[in-house]
Structures are given as C-alpha cells and as structure tokens.
Design a protein around this ligand. Structure first.
Ligand code: ACM
Ligand code: ZN
Length: 530
C-alpha cells in the first residue's frame, strides 16, 4: 500500500513540475516557438507604446494584471521603444486580422504588435497568462523567451446570459465581461425578454417594466422577483464591454416567449384576457399575434429605442419554441394567412420574421435567429443558430444550402445550463454536459472546407431558470467556457484534450487568486488544492 501511495505522490509531483515548465495558454495560440533565455519582469520594467491610436486602456489593462503578480504598476514611457527592460506595445495599421497579434519575449524586451487595438489587447491577455504562470512569489518574475503568432479560427465567440429568468444587476454583468475578455471572447448575448420577465426600459411602453419586470414568486418560493436595466445603464455597459473588445448582442425573443410583454400590453396577443408574468419555467402559448399591425408598430418602437443603445449591426430576435395553437384559432392570424394565400401557421412565422427584418432595415440591423427546422424560411440576411439537441447536422446542411451564416451553440456541447456532473441536476430532463464533452466540440464538425465556410462561430447559452445570481453564473460557466473558447479560437490541429487539461490547472489557480467562482472539475484528477 505504502509503495503505491509513494509512487502516486512522485507521479503527481513530477506531473506538477512538468506543467510549470510548459507554456500554458488558453485558448491555444496558432504558433508558439519557445527560445532559450528569460526576460526578467520587475518593478524596474517599463511599458512603451508606439501607436497611431490611444492605447491608454490597453496599458491600464496590462498594468492591472502585472500588479496582481509583482504588486506594482509599471511606468509608461512614450515613444522610447528602444530601451532595455521594456514591454513595447505596437499598434501599427496594416492588412490582416484585426484580432491577430504577435508576441515576442526576448531577454531584453517584450514586444506585442498588432494592426488593431483588439489584437493588441489579445496579445496582452496572452502575456498576462504567461506572467501569471511564471509567478513564483519573488519580486522579479522570470518569463521564458518565446515567439507567438496568433489569430482566431472563428470571428464570433460568445457567451449568453439570461437575465430575463433571473435578473443580473449591471455591476455583476461587468464582472462577467471582465473574465470573458481575459480569454478572448468577443460577444456577450443578453436574453432580455421572456415569459418570466421583461428586463429593458422602453420609454414609449413604460408598463413593459412596471408590470413585465415583476413576478410575485418563482416556482412557489413566495419570494417576489424583479429588476430591469435602464437605458442609460445599458449604454454604459455597452461602452464598458467595447473597451474590453466585446460586442453586446441584445435579444428580444419574438413571437414566442412573450408573456411578460403580453401581461403589460394584452392587446399584443391573439385573444383578449388578463395575463400574468409566468412564475414557473416553461413556454407560454400566448405569442405576439401574427396578424395584428399593432404588433409590428410595437416592435418598430422597441427596436428603434434599442438601436440607440446597442450599436451592434446584429440583433437577436429569438424565434424559438413558439407553439402555434393560438395562431391557428386567432381571427386576425387567420385573416392574415388568407390575405397572404398561405395555409400553414409556420408560413406565417416566416412572414413575421420578414416584417421584423423590414423594421431592421430602417435601423441598419440584421437578425440573429434560433433555427427551427419547421419554419419554411427566414430573411436572407439572417444569421442562424444551431441549438436543438441532435439536429446540428441538418441545421448545418440546411443553412448552407439556403445561404445563411451559422453560429453553433448545440445542446450537445454548448448548453451551460445543463449540469456538469451527476448529482448537480436541477431538473430531470437535462443531460450532463461535462468539460470533456464541451472540449470535444469541433464547430466545423470535421466537414470539408467548403461545407463549413458559412459557420462563423460558437456560443454557449446559460439559460437562467436555475441561475439565480452571478456566482452561480460563474460556477456554471467556468471551466467549461475555457473549452468553448478554445473551440472558437484555436485550429483543430493545435488542440488536444491532454494538453488542455494541463493548461487548465494554472487558470483555475488564477481564478482562485482573483476570487472568481468556478466549478472544480474533480473528475480530472489534476493536482489542485481547493
Ligand atoms: C432555446 O434553447 N430555446 C433556444
Ligand atoms: Zn393572432
């Protein structure tokens, strides 16, 4: 027994030492060449910039991360890029990928160069991971000499939060953005409306938030739940995210998932009645009416106000899980179908999205939509999402044939509301989505180049029915988001599950140091003290 124990301890120690001497970066860069020698980072190092644009945010971001390690900010010296013991940030215009960068660590200087502030920011994130991993508690940190050239495989790498089901205050969303940015995510999708709550101030329709943002209890807990974002708060959030190279995508889900809006303005649905914001998970049949002009006027007003807040050229309009029972019976919907000479309510859905797209043309927006295979067509300029379990192959094929761009957020790999391990189940229908399964995700599904050319990226969805606060959101997101962002950033030939597990451990140590909540993947047996 004793000898087995000793062998295990020696193995773990060697394993740990091996990890510390490797360059550990997530997501894995395109090319890494380790050279001999070290750069000695200390309080005497300086930062220099050479740039056509203002880099004060990038310098501050680098300094913030360096301070975590050596306890002090470095001095900024402008236009003195030849001195020794410097970190040089070069942002020089040119052709190429605005997210790409090169990072060269020599024994006298570190140089990060990029053609855009975004690439430069990503170079800083990579350097920060290297510095953090080299930290051995001394005031001078020895960083291995290396040359890294890096750029993303996909241009869209996103996480989704669902403050509609459980409201998340702006300051909490900012914390979430901070961590996303450190790992090169570039979009945050906010699901702002659903049956269980409407979360964005719309000045022309005050009852959306007066009535629609409140529910008296959730699944019988007796605890009132409310909250919404003021427009000014959202503008500030958009600017905060932009500094960190993240675009916020707002989602107003139509025509389904609208009971909160209908509770505020019952005239928007098919039948008269008194409606209440939903207090349990699930999907309401009370859709926005597909045959009522007032609905399109409402959406024009809502998207008009949102366009003043969100500069993104793409807005999400949901389109998922819309039970058509009421559209089949509603006189206005039936009249509209007759007028359009169509017989199926699914065809009325296609018409509905075309009308929304006409509104979008006024505001220079394009739609993002959850793909539902029974809807016969979507606006030609839509970007679709694959999401339903088991339907990815068909959605990839259909979206390619019909000419839509596609974002992959399949249930098999990217639904972060699913439990991470057996024993964590919040409801009985959700499958387990462990870290290894997320890592196994190839958004191109091994297809030949031409067959995956329409795929523009990845997104993990964190549906909020059981995510009641930001701590839980962090716990459900990390470490799975490390695996997801690598699927979005790194080419398949640079990825391996073995290497990822080794590179994961230092990130978890980093999170511990930063006070960021995460789930420790105990099934992996990596050395880590909780
Ligand atoms: C979805 O999960 N309803 C898109
Ligand atoms: Zn109707």
């Amino acid at each position: 027994m004793k000898s087995i124990f000793t062998t295990i301890m020696i193995f773990l120690t060697l394993h740990l030492m091996g990890q510390q001497s490797e360059l550990v970066i997530i997501p894995q860069p395109s090319s890494i060449n380790v050279n001999d020698g070290y750069y000695s980072l200390s309080e005497y190092s300086t930062i220099a910039t050479q740039s056509d644009v203002d880099l004060s945010f990038e310098v501050a971001n680098l300094n913030k991360q360096i301070k975590w390690v050596i306890g002090t900010n470095l001095k900024l010296v402008k236009n003195e890029t030849e001195a020794e013991n410097q970190i040089v940030l070069k942002c020089t215009q040119g052709n190429g990928d605005s997210e790409g960068y090169s990072l060269s660590i020599g024994d006298k200087q570190i140089i990060i160069s990029a053609i855009d502030r975004t690439g430069l920011f990503y170079g800083i994130q990579t350097l920060s991971q290297i510095i953090d991993n080299a930290d051995d508690g001394h005031k001078t940190v020895r960083i291995p000499c290396v040359k890294i050239d890096d750029k993303p495989r996909f241009k869209y790498r996103a996480l989704m939060l669902d403050p509609a089901r459980h409201f998340l205050p702006v300051d909490d969303v900012k914390k979430y953005i901070d961590v996303m940015a450190m790992y090169k995510f570039n979009h945050l999708h906010l699901h702002l409306s659903d049956d269980q709550g409407w979360r964005v101030e719309i000045k022309k329709y005050p009852k959306l938030t007066e009535i629609g943002s409140f529910r008296p209890q959730t699944e019988g807990d007796g605890i009132p739940h409310s909250g919404f974002y003021k427009q000014e708060e959202l503008k500030e959030l958009v600017a905060y995210a932009k500094d960190r190279k993240i675009t916020i995508i707002p989602e107003i889900d139509v025509p389904g998932h609208n009971l909160a809006a209908v509770a505020a303005y019952p005239e928007l649905t098919c039948f008269e009645g008194e409606y209440k914001v939903m207090t349990v998970p699930g999907v309401s049949k009370d859709l926005l009416c597909g045959g009522n002009e007032q609905v399109f006027e409402f959406l024009d007003d809502v998207f008009g106000e949102l366009s003043e807040i969100f500069p993104s050229d793409k807005f999400h309009i949901g389109g998922d899980e819309a039970p058509l029972d009421h559209w089949k019976e509603c006189p206005k919907c039936k009249m509209k179908m007759k007028e359009l000479a169509i017989s199926k309510p699914q065809e009325l859905m296609s018409y509905f999205f075309e009308r929304v797209n006409e509104i979008f043309a006024k505001y220079n927006k394009k739609p993002l939509i959850w793909y539902e295979l029974d809807v016969p067509g979507y606006p030609q300029n839509s970007t679709m999402y694959s999401w339903r379990l088991g339907l990815s192959d068909e959605v990839i094929r259909k979206s390619r044939e019909l000419g839509y761009e596609l974002i992959c957020s399949p249930g098999e790999h990217a639904y972060f509301d699913y439990p991470q391990w057996k024993g964590e189940e919040t409801c009985n229908w959700m499958p387990i989505l462990n870290l290894e399964k997320v890592y196994a995700f190839d958004p191109g599904y091994g297809l030949e180049e031409a067959k995956q050319a329409h795929i523009i990226g990845v997104e993990a969805t964190l549906w909020g029915e059981y995510v009641k606060n930001i701590d839980r959101a962090f716990y459900m997101t990390w470490p799975r988001a490390f695996a997801l962002v690598e699927a979005g950033w790194s080419e398949m030939e640079n990825r391996s599950w073995e290497s990822f597990q080794k590179r994961l451990y230092p990130q978890l140590e980093r999170f511990k140091k930063m006070g960021v909540n995460f789930r420790f993947p105990s099934e992996l047996k990596i050395p880590f003290k909780q």
